[in-house]
Design a protein around this ligand. Structure first.
Ligand SMILES: [Zn+2]
Length: 399
């Protein structure tokens, strides 16, 4: 069993609430005593939070279980219909939205094709997806916690783009979250795709319950989401993990960032399109690559071979820098292509401590496929410690 520790300070109530919900989401139904043990919160604090969350219909009591001695024990589980959340993902070529319930199950899904949209083009499309999701599944709208959006690039804490995402030009300094919240009337949180994917993989995938791992997001570009010592690590200016612009081939291919030989130019969908000489928006489609993998096209082998050494070098660096339990590969790259690339990476560079026992492989493929980032985005409003919607739900319900 795994959980992150809580704190008993009164002002940390919202943090503790999140810790309790996460402990039950990760481990399944838990009694108050088990919750107290897992979260290191006092029994009294756990009891108060459980009572509040049950009152808000976010948790529900399961049938009491007979204990060996003393009172029967009541386990608490997540009430899936207690709250809903919307996850959005905007990439160069597509925009997707999902409506998930509090246990993370997808209840509705909408997908639209886009072509490197500007903010003016993308915002109405995203707002339309939010609207369509809400209309396509009958639920209590007052229980919608908000929307999370995953995009390439890095963002300041307020949800403003802090760095030009080279994969989506025209978005620098555009206040995505604020504008989308205004258009939809729903609170919006933004996260870069690699970090959102790390959240998704930790909640639903192979990183479930891990305390330290690095998620390598292979999409239009490449970026890392880092979950270290039980916390997301974002850096002092939210730019941690922007490894696509790490030089892996000195004086190599020119990059839009102004440097030469960046990782992005060798290991990304963009690099694959270029290597395979695929042109135009209709060919710049992960499905085109998936079809070529299926056909056993030799150009795919050549690309994977060229990408393997920069990728090995990256994994070596991430292991040495962060000492993670494992490195998870995923992103919007077709799973078959990712698998193909992963097959080229072994043997990895020798680890710093070859004799050390490991209970996980050094490298794993993510379990949630191409939906990882969007599931992570949908979890943002649920795990935000400052989401005012939670307080609305916890007011005594007038019924
Ligand atoms: Zn670069």
């Amino acid at each position: 069993m795994k959980a992150i520790s809580g704190t008993n300070l009164e002002q940390a109530k919202s943090h503790n609430r999140r810790v309790v919900i996460e402990a039950i989401r990760t481990n399944g139904p838990l009694s108050r005593a088990a919750l107290a043990r897992l979260t290191a919160l006092s029994t009294q604090t756990v009891s108060n939070i459980v009572e509040e969350l049950e009152g808000a219909e976010l948790l529900k009591a399961e049938a009491p279980q007979k204990a060996a001695r003393g009172q029967p024990i009541t386990p608490y589980s997540i009430n899936p219909n207690g709250a809903y959340s919307i996850g959005l993902e905007l990439e160069r070529d597509h925009a997707v939205g999902v409506l998930t319930d509090l246990s993370g199950h997808v209840r509705a899904r909408v997908e639209k094709a886009v072509d490197r949209p500007t903010p003016a083009e993308a915002m109405p499309i995203l707002a339309g997806i939010v609207d369509e999701l809400q209309r396509s599944f009958p639920f209590d709208r007052t229980r919608l916690l908000g929307a999370g959006i995953a995009m390439p690039g890095r963002y300041a804490a307020e949800g403003v783009t802090s760095l030009s995402p080279v994969t989506l030009p025209g978005w620098q300094d555009y206040p995505v979250a604020r504008e989308l919240a205004e258009l939809t009337g729903v609170p919006v949180l933004i996260e870069n795709d690699a970090t959102a994917a790390a959240i998704g993989e930790r909640l639903y995938g192979v990183a479930r319950g891990l305390s330290s791992f690095v998620y390598l997001f292979l999409g239009g570009g490449i970026g890392a989401g880092m979950f270290l010592d039980g916390h997301l690590y974002k850096g002092s200016r939210n730019n941690a993990g922007e490894i696509g612009h790490m030089i892996v081939v000195p004086n190599g291919l020119a990059c839009v960032c102004g440097k030469r030989g960046c990782l992005d130019r060798y290991v990304s969908l963009g690099s694959a399109y270029e290597y395979l000489d695929l042109r135009g928006p209709e060919q710049h489609d992960p499905e085109t690559l998936a079809a070529l993998v299926e056909q056993g096209d030799s150009r795919i082998d050549a690309w994977a071979e060229a990408a393997a050494e920069p990728m090995r070098q990256t994994i070596d660096f991430l292991e040495l820098a962060f000492d993670p339990q494992t490195i998870v590969l995923g992103g919007s790259m077709p799973p078959s292509l990712l698998q193909h690339l992963a097959g080229q990476l072994e043997p990895l560079h020798a680890p710093v401590n070859p004799g050390a026992e490991r209970n996980l492989p050094r490298m794993m493929i993510g379990a949630t496929g191409r939906d990882t980032a969007i599931l992570g985005a949908a979890a943002l409003p649920i795990f935000s410690e400052t989401n005012p919607q939670f307080d609305v739900l916890q007011k005594p319900l007038a019924r």
